[in-house]
Design a protein around this ligand. Structure first.
Ligand code: GDP
Ligand code: IMO
Ligand code: MG
Length: 428
């Protein structure tokens, strides 16, 4: 019953999509377990670029069953658009399975996301404004509508009526926004979205266990990342779900004993989009260089990502919380021209050296990075296909990360393409 989880170890956009796609070659099922269309996973295959938001990255292989688990929040209009885009590009989405228990995102969630951010002013979280937080809030408050409700128009209208009874006065009286009309929303969801998604709606928990029992290979594709996790991230500057590896159990319906490999996708430096602390952030020309060479602009929102040096305090915390078995290090090639290269190995907090993550939020805000300097390699890595071809300085940089993290780096990305990677250490 081999199950693998792919999880981001930073603040997202580490390259989870690329490595999920790469690993999916040997998988039977690929499952998204949390998040929604706040995610943007980019795959580059034979020169063609695919930007996925909700559809799992295994979809490009015809032998893979892509699944959207119960832990995901789905805007059905966005999912249908994404499926149409993929179909136009020649990708068959017919095998996609969607959990009937996944919650739906509605237009009022998106509006509430936007107005809540505006209300926060300079304290805003910098959300993707996709309605993710408000949809998860409704799920927790037990007033959310689920994908399965699309199959039952009477119940759908009843539930929507109850929700709008509360949302509309909130929107109108607190935020001075127009109310949503029940019939307009219900008609769009029930008449346009429901019939399109109906053939894909399934008992994904049952299907998943059938696959595991048949000895098939299953991969869980995390969205967002460890430090955007609602419980383990830099709260409140986080998303509203649990991207950590444990989230795969809840968001897909498996027990922890099924998981035998957890791959932490780690960018060779760090990026963050949105607000929140970032101890190793670079606001100088090196930061600009990382943005330019790494093309660090949001896959969907196009926002400029903040960039900084790799932080192994964060990495060690990610190893612990996710039980990482190994790392997939991405974008090593983006560091090609930099010399020296710095790595944050500890923080100084109030005069004290700290090598593990402070739990107190204000300490993270005050943390001053302590760096070690390593020589750069000043060589184009984009065509390196084997560990033996790596310049010594690049080899040393990767070994340094392994040593700091305490787990091996099995895969290393040297370019966006599916074939631009090397296998570094053996799989543990
Ligand atoms: P995800 O959200 O974790 O899947 O990552 P994104 O797709 O949002 O952002 C990662 C970006 O880096 C994408 O544009 C990828 O095509 C690109 N990428 C992934 N791996 C590599 C790599 O090893 N080198 C370079 N130069 N780009 C990469
Ligand atoms: P992938 O899967 C990077 C960030 C937002 C914001 C915070 C909360 O592509 O790595 P939300 O809309 O989720 O309520 O926003 O989380 N964020 C991401 N940052 N990559 C992502 O996804 C993200 N998804 C959400 O920028 O700071
Ligand atoms: Mg992304």
């Amino acid at each position: 019953m081999p199950a693998t989880v792919v999880v981001g170890t930073q603040w997202g956009d580490e390259g989870k999509g690329k490595f999920t796609d790469l690993l999916a070659r040997d998988m039977d099922v690929v499952v998204r377990y949390q998040g929604g269309h706040n995610a943007g996973h980019t795959l580059v295959v034979e020169g063609q670029t695919f930007k996925l938001q909700l559809v799992p990255s295994g979809v490009l292989y015809s032998h893979v069953t892509p699944m959207i688990g119960n832990g995901v929040v789905i805007d059905p209009r966005v999912l249908i658009e994404e499926m149409d885009r993929l179909t136009e590009a020649g990708v068959d989405c017919g095998r996609l399975k969607i959990s009937g228990n996944a919650h739906l995102i509605f237009p009022y969630h998106q509006t509430l996301d936007v107005v809540a951010e505006r209300h926060l002013g300079r304290n805003k979280l910098g959300t993707t404004k996709r309605g993710i937080g408000p949809a998860y809030a409704d799920k927790a408050a037990r007033v959310g509508l689920r994908v399965q409700d699309l199959l039952d128009p009477k119940i759908f209208r009843e539930k929507l009526g109850v929700v709008l009874h509360e949302k509309n006065p909130l929107l109108a009286k607190v935020y001075n926004r127009l109310p949503f009309d029940l019939d307009t929303v219900a008609d769009e969801y029930l008449e346009e979205c429901g019939p399109r998604l109906a053939p894909h709606i399934a008992d994904t928990v049952g299907l998943l266990h059938d696959s595991l029992e048949a000895g098939q290979n299953v991969l869980f594709e995390g969205a967002q990342a460890m430090f955007l996790d609602l419980d383990h991230g830099t709260y409140p500057f986080v998303t509203s779900s649990n991207p950590v590896a444990g989230g795969a159990c809840v968001g897909a319906g498996i027990g922890p004993r099924h998981i035998d490999r957890v791959i932490g996708v780690t960018k060779a430096y760090i990026s963050r989009v949105g607000s929140g602390p970032f101890p190793s952030e670079l606001t100088d020309e090196i930061g600009d260089h990382l943005v330019d060479v790494g093309r660090e602009y949001g896959t969907n929102t196009k926002r400029r990502r903040r960039c900084g040096w790799l932080d192994t305090v964060m990495l060690r915390q990610a190893v612990r919380v996710n039980s990482l078995s190994d790392l997939a290090i991405t974008k090593l090639d983006v560091l090609d021209a930099l010399d020296p290269i710095r790595v944050c190995v500890a923080y100084e907090v109030d005069g004290e050296r700290r090598t593990s993550m402070p739990y107190h939020q204000s300490e993270i805000h005050r943390a001053v990075p302590i760096y070690e300097e390593l020589p750069g390699w000043r060589t184009d890595l984009s065509k390196v296909g084997d560990r033996s071809e790596l310049p010594q300085a690049a080899e040393d940089y990767l070994c340094f990360i392994e040593e700091q993290a305490g787990v091996p780096a099995t895969l290393v990305g040297v370019g966006p393409g599916r074939d631009q990677f090397i296998t570094f250490s053996p799989v543990p």
